[in-house]
Structures are given as C-alpha cells and as structure tokens.
Write a protein that binds this ligand. Structure first.
Ligand SMILES: NC(=O)c1ccc[n+]([C@@H]2O[C@H](COP(=O)([O-])OP(=O)(O)OC[C@H]3O[C@@H](n4cnc5c(N)ncnc54)[C@H](OP(=O)(O)O)[C@@H]3O)[C@@H](O)[C@H]2O)c1
Length: 160
C-alpha cells in the first residue's frame, strides 16, 4: 500500500486560514479528485468538518476521539487505527490533512504530492517544516496558479 501525503501549500507552507483553505483553485481541486478517486483518504476531524461531507468515490477515514459515527465515513480513534483500516481496504492511501494529520503522517509517508501555490496567501495554519533533502523529486508540472510536484522518500542508503 503506497502511503501518500497530498497537500496544497504556499512557498511559506501556509495550508489554511480560519479553518478553511485560503484560496479557491478549481484546477487543483480537480487534480486532487483525479489523484485520490478510487483510493482511501485519511483526514482529521477538523478537515472533515470543513469539507462538510464524505468525499465521493473514496473510502473516507476520519481520525477523531470525539466524532460520532455517521454515514459515508469510518471514524478511527487513532492514526494507527486508520492506517490498519486502510490496509484492509487494499487501495492506495492518501493523507489529506489537516496540519495535525500531516505532522503525524510525514515520517510515515512514501510519497509527497505537493501543489506549490505561487501566490503568497496569508494564513494561520502551516505544513510542518519539510527537509526536502530527504525526498527525491519524481515529476513536476506547471499550472497557471500552482506547480504540482511529486516526491518520493529517499532510501536510508541514498540519504547517507
Ligand atoms: N492546503 C491543504 O491541502 C489542506 C488540506 C487539508 C486541510 N487543510 C487545512 O488544515 C486546517 C485544519 O488542520 P488542523 O490541524 O486544525 O485539523 P485536522 O488535522 O484536520 O484535525 C485535527 C483533529 O483530528 C483528530 N486527530 C488528529 N490526530 C489524531 C490522533 N492521533 N488520534 C485521534 N484523533 C486525532 C482530532 O479530532 P478530535 O478533536 O475530534 O479528537 C483533532 O482535533 C484547516 O485550515 C484546513 O483548511 C489544508
């Protein structure tokens, strides 16, 4: 099971503002849908509430200690429990945020899919500090408002 982090962030690592995305970039949302459809997504309770509904055509796993069960999602009491559930579903796994989930998933992920937003939006929520020397760039594609870059974690041998 490939473990991916998928995130849109500015070059200063802003990912959110007042509990929502600071931007509206339909092309990035379309890309997110294409890449994650048919797979499993893991998100934090706050991100789930800001989306407001389960994402269609994906297995939605929501990590929370407080959320009541509801239709269209599986509530998991920990990130480890969510990953075990994802393993049983036998699809690729995408950690889709927010900050708390990215922080815990960063040491576990095989790949990073980053939409680098070119405009410098203000925000109050940041992606964790990222040491890109630990990651190998696999591809990069430019769009008008962002550059989409795929990275794969370097092996211990490559880092040494
Ligand atoms: N730019 C992007 O690509 C992107 C993507 C997604 C989200 N975002 C932004 O990120 C922000 C939200 O991030 P956030 O850090 O506030 O919230 P979050 O990570 O979405 O959710 C945090 C909540 O998840 C639950 N949780 C996290 N880790 C857990 C664990 N190990 N065990 C059990 N429960 C756990 C807790 O819920 P309970 O309190 O219910 O226990 C916690 O309060 C928003 O601004 C959103 O717009 C940006």
């Amino acid at each position: 099971m490939e473990k991916n982090i998928i995130v849109a962030m500015t070059r200063r690592r802003v990912i959110g503002c007042h509990g929502a995305l600071p931007w509206h970039i339909p092309e990035d949302l379309r890309l997110f849908r294409t890449l994650t459809s048919g797979h499993t997504v893991i998100m934090g309770r706050t991100t789930f509430e800001s989306i407001g509904r389960p994402l269609p055509e994906r297995h939605n796993l929501v990590v929370s200690r407080t959320l009541m069960p509801c239709s269209g999602i599986v509530v998991c009491p920990s990130l480890i429990a969510a990953m075990e559930q994802a393993r049983r579903l036998q699809r690729d796994l995408f950690f889709i945020g927010g900050r708390e989930i990215y922080r815990q998933a960063l040491p576990l992920a095989d790949r990073l899919l980053i939409s680098w937003i070119e405009q410098d939006y203000a925000g109050d929520c940041f992606f964790p500090l990222l040491d890109l020397s630990l990651w190998k760039q696999e591809w990069s594609r430019e769009y008008p408002a962002f550059t989409h870059v795929g990275y794969r974690r370097r092996s211990a041998k490559e880092v040494a």
